[in-house]
Design a protein around this ligand. Sequence first.
Ligand code: XMP
Length: 333
Amino acid sequence: MNSNVRPESMARITTKELADAFIAEQVEAVRAQVGDKKVLLALSGGVDSSVVAALLIKAIGKQLVCVHVNHGLMRKGESENVIEVFKNGLDANLIYVDATDRFLDLLKDVSDPETKRKIIGKEFINVFADEARKLDGVSFLAQGTIYPDILESIKQAEGKKAVKSHHNVGGLPEDLQFELVEPVKLLFKDEVRVVGEALGLSHEMVYRQPFPGPGLGVRCLGAITRDRLHALREADAILREEFAKNGLAEKVWQYFVVVPDMKSVGVKDDSRYEGWPAIIRAVNTKDAMTATIEEISYEILYKITNRITAEVEGINRVLYDITPKPTGTIEWE
Ligand code: XMP
């Protein structure tokens, strides 16, 4: 499947049977493309890279080398989950790189959102390239490119202006040139999910909400500090837990916590308690170009507020952002 154009005759993959047929076809195609060579994959744990990993493990087993870069901006438990699913569950050849210090040192005192994005994107390449250089005999790079990425690139090539630079990963350095393996590049997201489930990935993993490449980096507003990042991660974990318990995780398109770089005065144990606010964002959208707000019940908001303020060190208030897109964007940065 070398063409970047989806043939009109290609059936939409909506059932397990269609997914199985697609998988069988891709397994053969990948085997024919790579032979006995090694293939490298940056495995973030997002839907697309996870489905590509599972597909390639089926096709070429240990010839696939997955690199999971923890940039220190992952949500709580996320890197551990990648290791659990792929290394322990699927016996993947997985290299785990904890690059937290590299990223957070570079981001120290950087407050401009686009500069933060650029630093994170560039350092991601550096870390990944460092790992790639340590490996012998890798000729291919697998990517979780999907059809909307291809359509988006065409739009950008036509000169349409973007509000934010969402492209997380640029090109690899000159000395690392690989042939690309992109088995899901003609699929839409809903099809990738059906293929993922047919490959045996969990429903939870395959239907997880989108998570931006720069991760919590664009939710810890302004210059990131480790203590505020920690508070954000803990508050976000509580939000996710409560959403899951209350049936909202399946229903809401994207939900997360944002922690701004400001403190307000509060009170705890009869003493002045200055803390950051945790801002809850919960949006629904079809294509992320516009978004509406999920109307969370007062009861659930109350529970989340109580838990976050009681359990998370440094947070003394919880706010609920009811701004649709436009005028807000989904992320705050
Ligand atoms: P905005 O904030 O532009 O977000 O309304 C729209 C969707 O894009 C995600 N987003 C990003 N995804 N890298 C990404 O991979 C980024 O830098 C980035 N910024 C925003 C956001 O989470 C939402 O789903």
